[in-house]
Design a protein around this ligand. Structure first.
Ligand code: ADP
Ligand code: MG
Length: 689
């Protein structure tokens, strides 16, 4: 049986309460397969002792004795504070909401203790620890899975469910790789790998399980990419028409008109990209191109130039952005730049209300709109185009799984232009976007002053605020970015900091809040006001990470910078330095940040090149650390990370292509399993490649 064919509902495999069933459903776990494929997000190694004194380095795993007790708070809020000791030192256990621990944590008692500890009020403490009486210790000496959870489900429960399920059906799980490869690379059989990814007998076994599952996933990714490459190779490319391009002229008439209206000259990189695209669009094979360029390199304009080409062919273009905010900004720019050269522009998102929407859809269908800009609503069921010839997808990495066929079905073989600022090393781009052509804009518009980046300790934040104040006095604007929307306990969050910035720090300037949970209308209003300069300070989460363009904003303050991935920091920093004035980026980090953490942030001081930063991030991001969110574009992958696992990816690609080249129909006995997997239980939904 293939794992993904184990469609039997979990609830029929064992006894589970209905409350737990609905919690599992919220995690997307319905079937046995779902549960087995809900891989741990981390593992807790209880095989190695980590004494209290090493709490900064890792999760503590030690044996302690309770040496004293104390209470904090009163009445129902009364909380036990237990002082414990191992050979290396002393720490405090805070028993919030766990009154039953009073009976266990009595002076003199001995326990195994696990948990993350931090330094606060002069003590090493933890509020989220686990203990086990020393005599009936069962979990010591094992490597335990740590799953993503949701409310109504505990770690212990999910461990139990998964373990019971494995007992029941692990044995039936079939291999999905060719035996030859399993032997060649010393991989585990699939049933073993699935068991060991959840409950490894050792760190070593866990590594083998990861290696196996990562390889398998990448192999199928490349099989799917490879099939598409072969298909596209089958279509012969020749320039069938060169609409609008006069002999030797690099641009079409409309493109030329737009260029003449611009207050600046195109960069060499933009010109090169447009030339490649013009060539693609003139050929009979639909364009499939990835346009990469660092933040601020001017990709939007390239997409507009491409749209003009479609319009000149009497066709339509759709430009899709990942957020409403960004879509609106593109729509406004499109109106400003493209309406004067004669294009009819429309803006479509999920929020456009009935009457307006009906009218818009009618016009789109009738071909009375040339260029439509919007969110994924552009490809909703009820949207029809008269003659869609170009689809532009901005910030491609944000979309994750997008159904290529759905988008493509809206047009008559439309060309596809994907744009991304996420620095993907060139080799990787070729490997993952196997059947796409790649254009890279390497240069930046001239006249930009390099952004000055500063690191500051949290305890020095007043100095940062003073610096920002001086910029505000000059009439400039500032972003303050926080890792959380609200409810931060140990850390600052956008909601409470907006209040503090407005009331205490900068009372004379207008401040506003922006994050993803606010109603779209409010977000739009806020961004408009910020762009117009009526709002001076924006307290935000990483929603401002993507694409926002306000040239008068010269300060970017990122608090708890250590909590962001370097690529995310780079994207955020790219929000400033977009005008003629000197811009600044302040990375404020916790006073307790380790040396390693500081080294990581220092990369931001030394480089302003997104590619370099991405590579440094890779080198520094040791194994075991959870990957940053920047790779969210590969969310459809369960365990592999094509950037981290680049070596495996290249190997898998070579193997997959050699299989397809020797046996394109997957007819050989050895390859039958691959054909079966693709047919019976494809590992990915139809993905955007
Ligand atoms: P990104 O590649 O990050 O999407 P944008 O397209 O948002 O970058 O461009 C950033 C800014 O640079 C915009 O304000 C845009 O008008 C401006 N810009 C684009 N091309 C040029 C150019 N050739 N010279 C000067 N400014 C440019
Ligand atoms: Mg952009």
């Amino acid at each position: 049986m293939l794992v993904r064919s184990l469609t039997i509902p979990v609830k029929s495999t064992q006894r589970i309460t209905s409350a737990a069933i609905s919690a599992l459903a919220r995690l997307g776990i319905h079937s046995a397969a779902d549960m087995l494929l809900h891989y741990p997000r981390d593992w807790e190694d209880r095989t190695k002792t980590v004494p209290l004194c090493e709490f900064k380095r890792a999760r503590v795993c030690t044996v302690v004795t309770v040496v004293a007790r104390d209470w904090i708070g009163y009445g129902r809020m009364k909380t036990l504070k237990a002082y414990v000791e191992d050979e290396s030192g002393r720490a405090v256990l805070l028993c919030f909401n766990r009154p039953w621990l009073e009976k266990q944590l009595v002076t003199g008692a001995k326990f195994r203790l696990w948990g993350r500890f931090y330094f606060k009020y002069g003590e090493i403490q933890s509020g989220s620890f686990e203990i086990e009486p020393i005599e009936k210790s069962t979990e010591h000496g094992s490597v335990l899975p740590v799953y993503s959870l949701c409310s109504g489900l505990t770690q212990t429960q999910l461990r139990r469910f998964t373990s019971r399920l494995l007992e029941k059906c692990a044995a039936q799980i079939e291999d999905e790789l060719v035996q030859e490869i399993i032997e060649r690379d010393n991989l585990l059989h699939k049933s073993e790998a699935i068991r060991a990814i959840h409950f490894p007998n050792s760190q070593d076994e866990l590594e083998y399980a990861k290696k196996t599952l990562i390889y398998e996933e990448l192999f199928y990714l490349e099989i799917m990419v490879g099939k598409r490459v072969l298909e596209r190779k089958g279509q012969k490319r020749n320039a069938v028409d060169s609409t609008g391009l006069e002999k030797g002229a690099p641009f079409t008439k409309l493109q030329q008109r737009l260029i003449e209206r611009l207050p600046f000259a195109l960069t060499a990189g933009q010109i090169a990209a447009i030339t490649e695209i013009n060539y693609d669009m003139a050929s009979n094979v639909p364009m499939a191109r990835l346009l990469q360029g660092d933040v601020g390199s001017g990709k939007t304009l390239v997409s507009f130039m491409t749209a003009l080409l479609a319009v000149e062919k009497n066709a339509q273009a759709a430009i899709m952005a990942p957020t409403e905010l960004l879509a609106r900004q593109h729509a406004e720019n499109a109106s400003r730049l493209l309406e004067p050269v004669g294009c009819r522009i429309a803006f479509l998102t999920g929020n456009i209300k009935a009457a307006g929407r009906k009218e818009l859809l009618k016009n789109l269908k009738a071909g009375e709109i040339d260029i439509v800009v919007g969110t994924h609503a552009l490809f909703s069921k009820d949207v029809a185009y008269k003659n869609l010839k170009l689809v532009v997808i901005d910030e491609q990495h944000r979309f994750g799984v997008t159904q290529r066929s759905l988008i493509m079905s809206k047009g008559n073989n439309p060309g596809l232009l994907m744009m991304s600022a996420t620095p993907i090393p060139r080799t990787l781009a070729f490997t993952v976007f196997g059947d796409m052509d790649v254009s890279i804009i390497k240069d930046m518009p001239p006249g930009r002053k390099p952004i000055k980046t500063h690191l500051a300790k949290e305890s020095n934040e007043m100095k940062v605020y003073d610096y920002v104040r001086r910029e505000l006095e000059q009439g400039r604007q500032a972003y303050f970015v926080y890792p959380l929307i609200d409810g931060g306990e140990d850390i600052k969050d956008a909601v409470s900091m907006e209040v503090r910035l407005a009331k205490e720090v900068f009372p004379q300037y207008k401040t506003a809040l922006i994050h993803s949970k606010l109603p779209d209308e409010q977000k739009r209003q806020t961004m408009d006001d910020f762009r117009r300069g009526t709002i001076k300070i924006l307290a935000a989460t990483s929603v401002v990470e993507v694409g926002v363009d306000v040239p008068n904003a010269t300060c970017m303050v990122i608090e708890h910078a250590e909590r962001f991935g370097l690529s995310a920091l780079h994207q955020l920093r790219g929000r400033v330095g977009r005008g003629q004035d000197q811009s600044y980026c302040f990375l404020v980090y916790s006073d307790e940040l380790t040396e390693d953490g500081k080294t990581r942030l220092k990369v931001m001081l030394e480089s302003s090149d997104g590619f370099v930063i991405a590579e440094e991030d890779l080198k520094l991001r040791g194994p075991g650390l959870i990957a940053g969110t920047e790779q969210s574009g590969y969310m459809f992958l369960g365990i592999a990370d094509p950037i981290r696992d680049i070596d495996q990816l290249e190997r898998a690609r070579a193997d997959a292509f050699s299989v397809l080249e020797s046996d394109p129909g997957l007819l050989l006995e050895d390859h039958r399993i691959i054909a079966r997997v693709l047919e019976e239980a494809p590992p990915f939904p139809e993905i955007m490649l």
